[in-house]
Design a protein. Structure first.
Length: 341
C-alpha cells in the first residue's frame, strides 16, 4: 500500500511539474507575442485623410494620394493606419473628424480641398498638415508664404491657370464676346479662383457676367439666368458646382451654351475643354509631399509646391453635340476624355 501510495505521489508530482513547465512556456510565448504585437503597433504610422466631399475631382486626388503612399511602403493594416474620412461637405463633420485625428495622435493629416485643410489646421498647430490641392494657401490663412510656410502646414497649391484657360476659350470661340462666370461664395478657393477668372477674361477683352451661388440648389436657376446673357460659361475650381456639374450642364445645354470648367474631371462630366492638371496626378504629388514629411522633413521650412504639369482636356462628344470645331493647334498633345455615364 505504501509503495502504491508513493507511486501515486510521484505521478502527481510529475503531472504538476509538467503542468508548471507548460504554464511557464505558455506565459513566455504569450509575453513574446504581446511584445511583438506592441512593437508592431509602435512601428505603425497613423495617417488621417480628410476629404471635403464626394465628386470625381476630389475622389481622384485622394486615390492618387493613397496610391503614392502605398508605393512608398505605407500600407494600411500593415505598417500604417490610413484613416480616410469624407465630411460630405458638412462643416461640423470636418471639425469632429479633425479632432478625432488629433485624439489618435496622428503622425500627419492630409486635407483634400481648402475647407478640409483649414479644419485640420484649426484642430492642431503641432501635427503636420498636408495641404491637398489648396487654391491659395496664403489667402486661406494656412501658411505664411509658399516659400516658407512657417508652421505645421505645407503641401500643394493647385492655383488655376486662368489666363491659359481663357485663351483656350478664345481659340474655341473666336467670335465670342461675353463670358459667364459662376462660382459659390461658400468656399475661399472658389471665390479666389472665380475672381482670377474674371480678371483673366477681362484682360483678353471679354465682357464678364458673374453669378454667385451659396448652395447646389442655386445652380439651375443661376445657370438659366446666365445662359441668356453669355456666349460661354466658365466654372472655376469650385467643389459645390463640381458636385452639381450635371445640373449646370443640363441648364447650359438647353440654350446651346458651352461650358468650360477648370478641372479635367469636369470636362468628363459635360464640359467642352480645359487646360488643367490631372487630378490623380495632383494626388500622387501630394502623396510624395506626405512621404517627405513622414520621413522627417519640417513642414515649416518645406516650400509649398505648385502643380508640375498641365494638359488640354477635350470632351469630343460634347464638342460634336454643340457643333463646335476643335482648332488644329489645340489638338496637338490634347487628351480626349469620354463623357461620364
Amino acid at each position: 500500500m505504501m509503495k502504491n501510495g508513493m507511486k501515486n505521489m510521484l505521478r502527481m508530482s510529475s503531472v504538476l511539474a509538467i503542468g508548471l513547465l507548460a504554464a511557464c512556456g505558455n506565459t513566455a510565448s504569450e509575453a513574446d507575442s504581446s511584445e511583438s504585437t506592441n512593437e508592431s503597433d509602435q512601428e505603425k504610422v497613423y495617417i488621417g485623410i480628410l476629404q471635403l466631399t464626394t465628386h470625381p475631382a476630389l475622389d481622384q486626388i485622394t486615390e492618387g494620394v493613397m496610391d503614392e503612399l502605398a508605393a512608398a511602403g505605407y500600407v494600411d493594416g500593415e505598417n500604417a493606419t490610413i484613416d480616410f474620412q469624407n465630411a460630405q461637405g458638412d462643416q461640423a463633420n470636418m471639425k469632429s473628424i479633425a479632432e478625432s485625428f488629433v485624439s489618435h495622435d496622428a503622425d500627419i493629416m492630409i486635407g483634400v480641398a481648402t475647407p478640409a485643410a483649414q479644419a485640420l489646421k484649426n484642430a492642431s498647430d503641432e501635427i503636420p498638415v498636408i495641404l491637398g490641392a489648396v487654391q491659395d494657401p496664403v489667402g486661406a490663412g494656412l501658411v505664411e508664404s509658399l516659400e516658407a510656410p512657417g508652421s505645421n502646414a505645407t503641401g500643394l497649391s493647385n492655383r488655376t491657370p486662368s489666363n491659359e484657360q481663357m485663351a483656350l476659350i478664345k481659340q474655341f470661340l473666336p467670335d465670342a464676346t461675353t463670358i459667364g462666370v459662376m462660382y459659390t461664395t461658400a468656399e475661399d478657393n472658389a471665390i479666389i479662383s472665380g475672381q482670377r477668372a474674371e480678371q483673366a477674361a477681362a484682360d483678353l477683352g471679354f465682357d464678364v457676367v458673374t453669378r454667385t451661388i451659396t448652395t447646389s440648389n442655386d445652380i439651375a436657376q443661376a445657370a438659366e439666368s446666365l445662359a441668356k446673357e453669355v456666349d460661354a460659361f466658365y466654372v472655376p475650381n469650385d467643389n459645390v458646382i463640381a458636385s452639381g456639374m450635371a445640373t449646370l450642364v443640363d441648364a447650359a445645354d438647353a440654350f446651346g451654351i458651352p461650358v468650360f470648367p477648370a478641372a479635367d474631371t469636369m470636362v468628363k462630366d459635360g464640359g467642352v475643354a480645359t487646360f488643367a492638371p490631372s487630378q490623380y496626378g495632383m494626388g500622387t504629388q501630394i502623396g510624395q509631399i506626405a512621404v517627405d514629411i513622414l520621413k522627417g522633413a519640417d513642414p515649416a521650412t518645406y516650400p509649398v509646391q505648385l502643380v508640375k504639369e498641365n494638359s488640354v482636356y477635350i470632351n469630343q462628344a460634347k464638342v460634336d453635340e454643340l457643333g463646335l470645331t476643335i482648332p488644329e493647334e489645340v489638338k496637338v498633345d490634347a487628351v480626349f476624355v469620354e463623357s461620364a455615364e
